[in-house]
Design a protein. Structure first.
Length: 441
């Protein structure tokens, strides 16, 4: 009897489960049909717009609304001045005739087509349009948008013309910067001379910074002659600008020979901040690879003092923290010069621990005891202490030199006690280090 009831219960449960699954599947099928219907409808509307960009949407009942204004030529077809004037006139008429809050879909389609066709228009025709703009009736916002769009296009194909128009039309600073940047990549010397003449002649608008434009031109000037006089200008720049300048210059130095010439010149320029070479090597490591940065340093760093070489070597080795960092760390330890190796090791551990302290710890565990290992552990422990004080103490206890071990443990105890005195005292007692706390009290 019990078995019979159990079988009935099992059959009922199975039926209920089947009904529930059928219901879920039915809902999914319904949802799929609805989505497919919407996709089909959207595709049909898109086909209508492609065939006639000015046509309004087709209502759900299938009856097409009254036709809108005549559509412009298909996007991608170049514009000539008369066509441009005609399109602008249509847009202006639509803008003035529409009531407040009225539908603007037709006008948006016209404007989109206008800008699409401008993008396909040759530079000479764009310049002809620019010449006609002052005499064309246009809203203030529309004129500014079209002017900015044309100058952005000209900046790629004819940057001198774009720069001249930017001055003439008092364009936004970003527009002129784009033109100067493009021009610099084509002919940095010509762009630099134009900028000097524009500033000397008082043609630069008050809202445009000549120094900012020079910063845009300078990387290209350096790339044209990596060991030339343009590099000397870096010494007169504010330190805050050097980072972006070095990053842009590194991207333009595309061959090892260019980078080597620049590095040799950079190391000889007086007045630069001490970390400038290190910044460049770090950027090479990020843009290309730490290995290439190391090779550059080895090729050009033979005459460097030991402390500078070590500092630059650490910058190259830590330019990119990834799976290759352990190999770069091994290279660094083997190639450090002089007797004071601790600053470079500290530089290595700080960069590595901040980026990936687990990987740094794994590497340390596999290093044999040595003075270098003690120095690395000391820095690692101080970095870890902020997040995991107990782990930092455990690491400090592995330092083999008694004096250094005591000093590091004392520093950890002071810092931990300032935040959580009871926890610090308890853990030091647990590890048999009560004497460290007693000595500091």
């Amino acid at each position: 009897m019990k078995r019979h009831r159990f079988r009935l219960f099992l059959i009922a449960a199975t039926c209920l489960a089947s009904l529930w699954l059928w219901h879920q599947q039915s809902q999914l099928n319904t949802r799929e049909v609805q989505l497919n219907s919407r996709i089909t409808e959207a595709r049909a509307r898109l086909d209508i717009i492609r065939a006639d960009p000015a046509a309004p949407d087709t209502p759900r009942d299938g009856k097409k609304a009254p036709a809108g204004p005549e559509a412009p030529e298909p996007a991608g077809k170049p514009l000539e001045v008369p066509e441009f004037e005609g399109l602008v006139g249509e847009i202006n008429q639509m803008e003035t005739s529409l009531p407040p809050g009225g539908p603007r879909e037709h006008m948006r389609v016209k404007i989109t087509a206008l800008f699409s066709r401008l993008a396909a228009t040759p530079a000479e025709e764009l310049k002809a349009i620019m010449e006609r703009l002052p005499s064309i009736q246009f809203s203030t916002d529309g004129r500014e948008q079209v002017t900015s769009a044309i100058m952005q296009l000209l900046a790629k194909s004819d940057p001198p013309a774009a720069a001249a128009y930017a001055l003439e039309n008092k364009a936004r600073p970003g527009t002129l910067e784009t033109a100067v940047r493009s021009w610099s990549k084509m002919d940095a010397s010509a762009a630099s001379k134009w900028l000097d003449a524009a500033e000397k002649g008082g043609k630069l608008p008050s809202h445009v910074s000549a120094e900012q434009l020079r910063l845009i031109v300078l990387p290209a000037l350096i790339a044209a002659d990596p060991a030339g006089a343009a590099v000397d200008r870096m010494a007169s720049l504010p330190s805050a600008n050097l980072g972006d300048l070095i990053a842009e210059t590194t991207r333009l130095l595309t061959t090892p020979a260019q980078r080597q010439a620049f590095l040799g010149k950079l190391a000889a320029v007086p007045g630069l901040p001490p970390d400038t070479v290190g910044r460049f090597l770090g950027q090479v490591g990020r843009e290309a690879s730490p290995k290439e940065a190391v090779e550059l340093l080895v090729e050009t760093g033979a005459s460097l003092p030991a402390d500078q070489f070590n500092r630059f070597a650490a910058a190259a080795a830590t330019a990119r923290i990834d799976a290759g960092t352990p190999a770069q760390a091994e290279w660094l330890l083997k190639n450090l010069r002089g007797t004071d190796r601790k600053p470079a090791i500290s530089q290595l551990m700080q960069a590595w621990t901040q980026a990936d302290f687990n990987a740094a710890g794994n590497w340390l565990r596999n290093q044999p005891p040595s003075a270098d290992h003690d120095a690395a552990v000391a820095d690692f422990a101080s970095q870890v202490a902020g997040k995991e004080p107990p782990s930092a103490v455990d690491w400090a206890m592995t330092i083999t030199d008694p004096a250094r071990r005591t000093a590091v443990l004392g520093e950890l105890y002071r810092d931990w006690t300032a935040k959580a005195p009871e926890q610090a005292a308890a853990y030091f007692q647990e590890k048999g280090l009560s004497s460290v706390g007693a000595e500091l009290q």
